[in-house]
Write a protein that binds this ligand. Structure first.
Ligand code: PMP
Length: 428
């Protein structure tokens, strides 16, 4: 395909006319498609329906410690749930606290606690003049929303193909004691699907932050969410690396089964050093007498162990893979070589990240919306919703059916082409 930038004004105008006809055709169909959020499709949720049957009125509802899971108690999770989530997080069960249904909730709570009570005895962040977080971009909008909510200043750090730009991360955290944290999605990142390289993980573990209450928020939301059985990314385990580097307290590792069982009713966990876990628990004992142990039991009885989780995730992959491939195929067929967009074909996770020509993302999302396709708002992948280049768009292919996706991808590509042609024409 010839790069659009090399086409003459006349060629572009002719092309535009043809594309506009196609666009009006789809618009006339009055479609309602949604590629905005990374929600599992109903078919994926159906995979875990057996979980509804493992606990019934005649089931033994005691956990292996002999405690009746219907009653109060067990602040940090039943032993078998710690074992299951520990295996999923690649850490010892003793390094885990089990929470409620949402890891985002745990992350919010961790920032809130640091604001009001400080980190392991240090000054509460609310008493400091400046508190800053590093935000690898593009990233997860809800992470940025948490730090924005607490008035924490966010600093963009570019993502490279190996993870965040570590030269910049090392420089910033070693120079500025008001930088207290960094948001990381280290495996199949949201939205690019990038997995941090071994070197990146090791450099994280060896960080020498100026602030002793600096923590890495390692949100391993997509740890077992592969698309392919024979082509998977590998991520080094960060807790062990930090301990080896003499920095055991540097990281909080979050996880949940939201996209394994049910997003509304999964279980979340944090893994961290003994000192950090004590800090979490000191706070937690005032928040609750214990989380939903029946749900913990339900998960363990259904999945059993890591092999059970792995087998289950293969079924998810069978549903997700054709959807990702449908979108990637359309992008390759229609946009490869045009110079008007670039993307990464991920091997796992929930998203495809698309970079349009500078100054085009907002217009593309608006154009797609006009034709009945809702995408994640342009800018959402950056702190404060501000993409400095107005270029990045997050594509979430999980929720629509494959048939809907084929149409959605066509509308998206049409919108990209029309907006890009206008942009190129402006400069001709
Ligand atoms: N972290 C990341 C990176 C996510 O993409 C999501 C869901 N989109 C979450 C956390 C939310 O997790 P949970 O349901 O456990 O709150």
């Amino acid at each position: 395909m010839v790069p659009y930038g090399e086409l003459s004004r006349e060629q572009l105008l002719r092309m535009k006319e043809e594309l506009e006809k196609q666009y009006e055709d789809v618009k006339g169909k009055g479609l309602k498609l949604d590629m905005s959020r990374g929600k599992p499709a109903a078919a994926q949720l159906d995979l875990a329906m057996g979980m509804m049957d493992v606990l019934n009125s005649s089931a033994d509802l005691k956990c292996e410690a002999g405690i009746d899971c219907r009653n109060y108690g067990v602040l940090d999770g039943i032993p078998e749930a710690k074992r299951l989530l520990g295996a999923m997080s690649e850490v010892d069960p003793d390094s885990i606290i089990i929470y409620g249904n949402s890891s985002l909730n745990v992350m919010f709570d961790t920032v809130a606690r640091s604001m009001t009570h400080g980190v392991c005895g240090s000054t509460p962040w609310c008493k400091l003049d400046n508190v800053k977080f590093l935000c690898p971009v593009p990233g997860y909008d809800r992470h940025f929303a948490v730090t924005e909510y607490f008035g924490i200043e966010m600093i963009n750090v570019p993502m490279l193909s190996t993870g965040p730009d570590m030269d910049l991360v090392e420089k910033l955290v070693s120079e500025d004691a008001s930088i207290k944290g960094i948001w990381c999605v280290p495996k199949y990142s949201n939205p690019q699907g990038i997995t941090y390289s071994d070197e990146t993980v090791r450099r994280f573990a060896r960080l020498k932050p100026a602030a002793k209450d600096f923590r890495i928020y390692w949100d391993n939301a997509y740890s077992i969410h592969h698309l392919y059985e024979d082509d998977q990314d590998f991520l080094i385990e960060i807790l062990g690396e930090c301990a080896k580097a003499g920095n055991p307290d540097l990281v909080y590792k979050f996880t949940s089964t939201s996209k394994v069982s049910f997003p509304g009713s999964g279980i979340a966990a944090v893994a961290a050093s003994p000192a950090n876990l004590e800090d979490f628990k000191r706070h937690m004992q005032f928040q609750t007498i214990g989380h939903d142990k029946l749900n913990e039991l339900r998960h363990v009885r259904f999945f059993k162990d890591l092999d059970g989780l792995t087998a289950h995730m293969k079924k998810h992959a069978d549903i997700m893979r054709p959807k990702f491939e449908a979108v990637i195929n359309v992008l390759e067929k229609e946009l490869q070589g045009t110079g008007i967009g670039s993307w990464i074909a991920p091997k796992g996770g929930y998203f495809i990240s698309f970079d349009a020509m500078e100054g085009c993302a907002k217009a593309i999302v608006a154009k797609a919306k006009e034709a009945g396709l809702v995408m994640t708002g342009a800018g959402a992948t950056f702190p404060y919703g501000k993409d400095p280049k107005d270029s990045n768009i997050r594509i979430a292919p999980s929720y629509p059916t494959p048939e809907e996706l084929a149409v959605a991808a066509d509308i998206f590509v049409l919108s990209v082409k029309l907006v890009s042609i206008d942009k190129i024409l402006e400069s001709k």
